[in-house]
Ligand binder design. Sequence first.
Ligand code: HEM
Length: 146
Amino acid sequence: MTELSSETIAIVKSTAGAMQVHGVAITTRMYERLFVDPAVKGMFDQAAQTSGEQPRRLAGAILAFSQNVDRLSVLAPAIHKMTKRHAECGVQAAHYPIVAGALLPAIKDVLGDAIDEKTLGAWGEAYWFLANLLIAEEAQIYAEAA
Ligand code: HEM
């Protein structure tokens, strides 16, 4: 798997403060964008959306990722928890571009002019780095279950 460049890592880490302040607004907006697709919406427990619990969980994961993007071993237990939950919900590799297409525009929607194209591009790279880790671990869970 291609490693993230030190520049991308530095850019993503520099946004940790913004993610701390605006993370829940970003993930709430992300789910609004994501749930335009009824098939994707049907995969999520809507009670956890209404209570704000799922947007908070995802914002927590994104914040932890922005803080530890160069120390992934810190994130390993959280990653295992996510992949276990994803496998229970039938998350597939093909879903990841859909989430990217909701998350990255949601970051822009919330941060507006406070985030430039380069920073958003770094987040896009970082998203795919994490997504590929999750996809690989989920493939292993599905293979073991088969
Ligand atoms: C890098 C991308 C992603 C990250 C960081 C992420 C993160 C998370 C986290 C932190 C949770 C909560 C786990 C828990 O504590 O129970 C979760 C649950 C979940 N994720 Fe993801 N996820 C990603 C991609 C996806 C994709 C592509 C899908 C497919 C549509 C998806 C669907 C779900 C579902 C259905 C749940 C369970 C939610 C519920 O209980 O209602 N995720 N994810």
